[in-house]
Design a protein around this ligand. Sequence first.
Ligand SMILES: Nc1ncnc2c1ncn2[C@@H]1O[C@H](COP(=O)(O)OP(=O)(O)OP(=O)(O)O)[C@@H](O)[C@H]1O
Length: 231
Amino acid sequence: MIKVSGLNQRYGGSQILWDVDMHIPEGSRTCIMGRNGVGKTTLLKCMMGMLPSASGSIHINGEDLSRSGIERRPNIGVGYVPQGRHIFGQLTVEENLKVSLNCLRQKNKGIPEEVFTYFPVLKEMLARRGGDLSGGQQQQLAIARALVLNPKVLILDEPNEGIQPNIVQLIRDVLLALNKEKNMTIVLVEQKLPFARAVGEQFQLMERGKVVASGPMENLDDKLIESYLQV
Ligand SMILES: Nc1ncnc2c1ncn2[C@@H]1O[C@H](COP(=O)(O)OP(=O)(O)OP(=O)(O)O)[C@@H](O)[C@H]1O
């Protein structure tokens, strides 16, 4: 489903990603973990075509995306929830959701009703400006905006940052339901261990731009946690 091979990335003179290899199977739930600044967001941005890579390759759904930009991703079923949500504050909830539809080459009629079964609060707030929502509501909107595209793969960058516990639980339940009901592949950057364990069945652990360990979540033991996650 997602295959990253020998990926290197640099910001100017400083190299951030070093020969990253990652295989994420279809229908799996994978957490990419590691301390602050190890390159998790940079890796996601490369997967999404938001940053050019210096070398290496990225294949998603069998397509070589190594040199293509972000605009190709929605059309092959890749949804993205960026760190910090990036809601359009001046647009209404409905307009925020419709912005996604414009990314599709094949124009779609409207927002799939299904999105509101996952996040009912958004239905009540369609006319409200994105900037007037609470942090938790904005995060639901950010995820819903990706779901409007009916993706096969959902990539999320720390969706729980600054979110209250009941919404964190809702997000967990929605991610598990999407994976179970739609066989959606979930790729999640997550620093909080309980959430990572609740959602992830696989982990990829990063340190200084490299993948240092990976495998089933039950293999993420105290030694790995102490070496690569504890601050
Ligand atoms: N636009 C940029 N220009 C230069 N360096 C950058 C830029 N963005 C990120 N970096 C650097 O790249 C490194 C990796 O950052 P990245 O955001 O990918 O890490 P991260 O693991 O996602 O961290 P966090 O958990 O804090 O979000 C850091 O040292 C960061 O300072």
